[in-house]
Design a protein. Structure first.
Length: 441
C-alpha cells in the first residue's frame, strides 16, 4: 500500500506515564494459577464494605469532587501542565480535587492549582517516586457511596485484578491519605468500560465475559447449583454497583478485527502502519467511554445517548470512508442501543494517525469527543466539557470540533471546549479517562 498523506508528529516526546490505556491484556490462565492473588483478594474482601451501594453517575448531578492522577514527566518531554490547568480552570469553581502525584512534579502541580485558583479546594496525595502509576485515573475502580449511613461513605471498589503499571495501588494510596475507603470485588471490570445513567448502568460486553472466564478458570466465584451463570453474574454487578439501577451490556455480534501491523510506502519509504489498536472482542473500542456519551432525557422522558460515527466524520472531512475505522461496528452498536429504547444521536468520531519518523511507524487512533465530562443538573445547568483536536498537524479536525459543539448545544448544553487532547487520544484515552468522579450533587 502506498500513501502520500502528510506526516503528522507531536512537538515533544510523550512521557512513559502516558502509556497505552489498554495494556497489558489480562491472562486468565495465569490468573487462575495464582494462589497469591486469590489469598490477597480473600483477605481484602473481608473488610467491611458498603451495605447499600449507590454508584456515582457519569453524568447526573453537580460535579462536586474529582480524583486526578498527575505523574512524573522528564525535562524535554510533553508536560501535563497546560492540559490540567485548562481543565481545572474550566470546571465549576466549587469542584474539589484530590490529586495523586509524584514528588518530582508536585511543584508544577501546585503552580497549576494556583494559576487555576483551585489550591484551597485541592488535596495533593504524594506517591513514592518509584511507583509507576499512569494518568488514567478513571479505570482501576468504580466509585460507590454507602447510602445506608449519613453522611454516605465513599468507596473505591476495585476489580478482581488490574495489572496496568502500578495503577492497582492508586485506591490504597488515596484511601490511606483521605476519608475515602477501598475494597476489592471478585468481578472483572474497568471504570472506562462502565457508564452510569440515572437509572441504568452500561457495561461493555467484554468484561462480563471476562468475569465468566475467571469463574470457569479459577473458581473465584461460587455459582449456586442450577443457577444460570449469565444471570448470576449480572446480579452480582447489580449488587456490587447499585441494586436500583438496571445493568445493560453494550456490544456487537459482528466480528471485531484485532490490532494489525502492516507495511506501507510513504513518499517512497517503507513504513509500518498499526491499525485496529484498542479494539475489544465485542466492542469496537475496548472501553465504551471512548464511543458513547450520556446526554440525559428528552422532553418525552427518553434517554439520549451520543454514539460516535466514523462515517459522519469522514463525510465532514470530505474524504473516502477509512476502512479500518470499522464504521459498521459503531453503527451496529448504535442500532442495538436504539433497539433497547434509547434515543441515539450520532456524532462525528474521526480516525486519524500520528507518525514516528525515527522508527517509521504510523499509528491510527480515534480523536474522540465522546470521551467528555458531562453535568446534568437542575440547579446548576447542563454542561459538557469536550476535548478538542483541531490543532497543529491536525488542523483539519477543527471542523469536527465545531460539529460536536453544535450537536451538544442543540441538546441544551453549555459547551466548554478544552485544550489539545491528541497526546492522550494517541494512547487510547481522553479527558473522561484522566479523572474519576468521587462525589456529585
Amino acid at each position: 500500500m502506498t500513501t502520500n498523506n502528510q506526516i503528522r508528529q507531536n512537538a515533544l516526546p510523550l512521557p512513559a506515564s502516558l502509556a497505552r490505556r489498554n495494556k497489558p491484556q489480562p491472562n486468565f490462565a495465569e490468573l487462575a494459577a495464582s494462589p497469591t492473588l486469590m489469598r490477597e483478594l480473600q483477605s481484602r474482601i473481608l473488610k467491611p464494605g458498603p451495605r447499600e451501594p449507590r454508584i456515582i453517575s457519569s453524568a447526573h448531578g453537580q460535579i462536586k469532587h474529582i480524583l486526578l492522577t498527575y505523574p512524573a514527566y522528564a525535562n524535554g518531554e510533553y508536560s501535563y501542565k497546560q492540559v490540567y490547568e485548562d481543565l481545572i480552570r474550566q470546571l465549576p469553581v466549587t469542584t474539589q480535587f484530590t490529586i495523586l502525584s509524584h514528588p518530582s512534579v508536585t511543584g508544577d502541580l501546585q503552580a497549576v492549582l494556583d494559576s487555576a485558583n483551585a489550591s484551597e479546594r485541592s488535596t495533593i496525595v504524594e506517591a513514592p517516586e518509584y511507583l509507576n502509576f499512569l494518568v488514567w485515573a478513571e479505570d482501576p475502580y468504580v466509585v460507590v457511596q454507602d447510602v445506608s449511613i449519613e453522611p454516605p461513605t465513599i468507596f473505591l471498589v476495585e476489580p478482581y485484578t488490574f495489572r496496568r503499571a502500578s495503577d492497582a495501588a492508586i485506591a490504597e494510596l488515596v484511601a490511606e491519605a483521605t476519608h475515602i475507603q477501598s475494597i476489592q470485588s471478585p468481578l472483572y471490570f474497568q471504570g472506562g468500560n462502565v457508564l452510569i445513567g440515572d437509572d441504568f448502568v452500561l457495561i461493555g460486553a467484554d468484561y462480563p465475559e471476562n468475569t465468566k472466564n475467571l469463574i470457569q478458570d479459577s473458581g473465584n466465584i461460587i455459582v449456586p447449583e442450577g443457577a444460570d451463570v449469565d444471570t448470576f453474574v449480572k446480579q452480582l454487578y447489580e449488587k456490587t454497583f447499585d441494586s436500583n439501577r438496571q445493568i445493560i451490556y453494550v456490544g456487537t455480534e459482528l466480528p471485531v478485527p484485532q490490532e494489525t501491523a502492516r507495511q506501507i510506502s510513504i513518499h517512497g519509504e517503507i513504513w509500518t502502519e498499526v491499525i485496529y489498536s484498542g479494539t475489544g472482542t465485542k466492542q469496537p473500542i475496548f472501553h465504551i467511554d471512548m464511543l458513547i456519551s450520556l446526554a440525559g432525557r428528552d422532553a418525552n422522558g427518553k434517554y439520549r445517548l451520543l454514539v460516535g460515527s466514523p462515517a459522519d466524520a469522514d463525510r465532514i472531512l470530505g474524504r473516502p470512508p477509512v476502512e479500518h475505522a470499522i464504521a459498521e461496528i459503531f453503527d451496529d452498536i448504535a442500532q442495538n442501543l436504539q433497539n433497547l429504547g434509547f434515543e441515539v444521536i450520532r456524532n462525528p468520531l474521526p480516525i486519524t494517525y500520528v507518525d514516528d519518523a525515527a522508527s517509521k511507524t504510523r499509528f491510527w487512533y480515534f480523536a474522540t469527543a465522546n470521551n467528555s465530562l458531562v453535568q446534568i443538573d437542575t440547579y446548576n445547568g447542563n454542561h459538557v466539557w469536550l476535548p478538542t483536536y483541531g490543532h497543529g498537524d491536525w488542523a483539519d479536525l477543527a471542523s469536527i470540533d465545531a460539529e460536536n459543539k453544535r450537536i451538544w448545544e442543540g441538546l441544551g448544553f453549555v459547551v466548554h471546549q478544552l485544550a489539545d487532547f491528541h497526546p492522550f487520544a494517541q494512547n487510547l484515552g481522553s479527558v473522561h479517562c484522566i479523572k474519576k468522579y468521587l462525589e456529585r450533587g
